[in-house]
Design a protein around this ligand. Structure first.
Ligand code: PLP
Length: 420
């Protein structure tokens, strides 16, 4: 469910007609709905409420949408943060997320980042290798601190998602192999400076069925039994994120309620506090990328609709053939079949080939839907384009929550050395 709907033939974000935003801010621009973010946050939290021991920690995966306004909303909804860099950690703190609900994930945390996490007093480090555990223990000991940590385990389960967003197969770089987890856990848990209190997993993103998640959770359940049998104290399990969101109008995805019911069933005898790291499922459908058609030119068999948004603004189609529904802002009963492309000088700057969509002409406004996750956060200024701005809507109000950064401003940060 989201709050981007047609009223009187004009696509609105909540109560704001999108042409009003295009007029005020220009295009391309990301537009987020606060009501949708809040709704998804609440649906997720209530779906997992009562699982595990005590209330679970819901940590929003910041990399899905790190905009400060979005993080403030998530903090107000009781979410902590799953961060994967020092920069994201500082964002979470700035947005008011309580440090004890900040989880630090990532396969390549530097010593400086580990020290930053300790300095900020974050709740948990998800360590991804024995060497990282040793480094964290050493840094914590030197600081006179004890780091709460869990060991990320790679359960070797195929998430059945796109290869570039799968993380839980043996060949992926994430976590430690499940068959070595027991020995690594035993060695790390003996170290001073480390309170190794459980395990974590995250098998991928855009997961369309609960089966792979359930299989992975069961492997973790079996690991818990052997760890406890060896006398280890396990109080926390981090189940990661990865739940998919519908991108196509007829997509059917497991709901957060279905997911919560599966978690409840599989983890009922685990006796641990659970941690969840949802990203996409909260924000994907809470945003659109608003764009204007520059021109339409004939193609071999289908016309090219050339829009003013490009792969630098929304990289997902170029990176992993992702689908984003494209439609005109003014409702139109006629449809066309077109190739929808951006202006960048790369053939991969293609949003869709042979797509059936509403009739559009030069000058028309249109949107790519479901652009709230992994959209603006992956934007660049390739081809010396402006950095795409972001707008947040609430009811009949809207505000720019990230400025358009002009190509000239980027150029002004560059230097020509005096030997040239
Ligand atoms: C990216 C990521 C997530 C969030 O994944 P979604 O598919 O957006 O839910 C959660 N945990 C970790 C460790 C991640 O890297």
């Amino acid at each position: 469910m989201n709050h981007f709907e047609y009223h009187g033939g004009i696509l609105h974000a909540e109560d704001v007609p999108l042409p009003q935003i295009a007029e005020a801010v220009g295009t391309p621009v990301y537009v987020y709905s606060q009501a949708t973010i809040e709704r998804h946050a609440r649906v997720f939290r209530s779906a997992v409420a009562g699982t595990g021991r005590g209330e679970p920690i819901c940590a929003f995966a910041i990399k899905a949408n790190p905009n400060l306004a979005v993080l403030h909303i998530m903090a107000r909804e009781g979410f902590g943060a799953d961060v994967v860099s020092g920069g994201e950690l500082e964002r979470a703190i700035t947005a008011g997320m309580p440090p004890e609900r900040i989880i630090f994930s990532g396969v390549g945390k530097t010593d400086a980042e580990l020290a930053l996490g300790l300095a900020r007093g974050i709740g948990q480090f998800n360590i991804e290798s024995e060497a990282e555990g040793l480094a964290l223990a050493g840094i914590a000991t030197a600081r006179g601190q004890t780091a709460n940590a869990v060991l990320r385990v790679n359960p070797d389960v195929d998430a059945q998602t796109h290869a570039k967003i799968s993380t839980g197969k043996a060949e992926n770089k994430f976590g430690v192999p499940i068959d070595q987890a027991h020995d690594i856990f035993a060695r790390l848990t003996a170290l001073p400076g480390l309170n190794l209190r459980g395990v974590a997993l995250h098998i991928g993103s855009m997961i369309a069925e609960l089966g792979p998640l359930e299989a992975a959770f069961k492997r973790i359940g079996a690991l818990l039994v052997t760890l406890r049998a060896a006398g280890h104290n396990i109080s926390h399990v981090d189940l990661g994120g990865g739940l998919g969101a519908p991108y196509k109008p007829d997509d059917v995805f497991p709901s957060p309620e279905d997911y919560g019911a599966m978690v409840r069933r599989v983890t009922s005898d685990w006796e641990v506090q659970l941690v969840f790291e949802p990203g996409r499922v909260i924000v994907a459908n809470a945003g659109v990328l608003l764009t204007r058609v520059i021109r339409v030119k004939p193609g071999m068999s289908h016309p090219f609709v050339i829009v003013d948004a490009a792969m630098n603004d929304l990289a997902r189609p170029a990176m992993y053939d992702a689908y984003h529904h494209f439609e005109s802002v003014m409702a139109h009963s006629d449809s066309i079949i077109a190739n929808i492309v951006g202006p960048i000088c790369e053939s991969s700057d293609t949003f869709a080939m042979e797509r059936s969509c509403t009739q559009v002409e030069a000058g028309d406004l249109a949107v790519f839907r479901s652009a709230g996750a992994y959209g603006a956060t992956m934007a660049s200024t390739y081809n010396s384009r402006d950095m795409v701005p972001e707008v947040l809507v609430s009811g009949d109000k809207f505000a720019i929550v990230a400025d358009r950064i002009a190509a000239a401003t980027i150029m002004a940060a560059e230097r020509v050395p005096d030997w040239i």
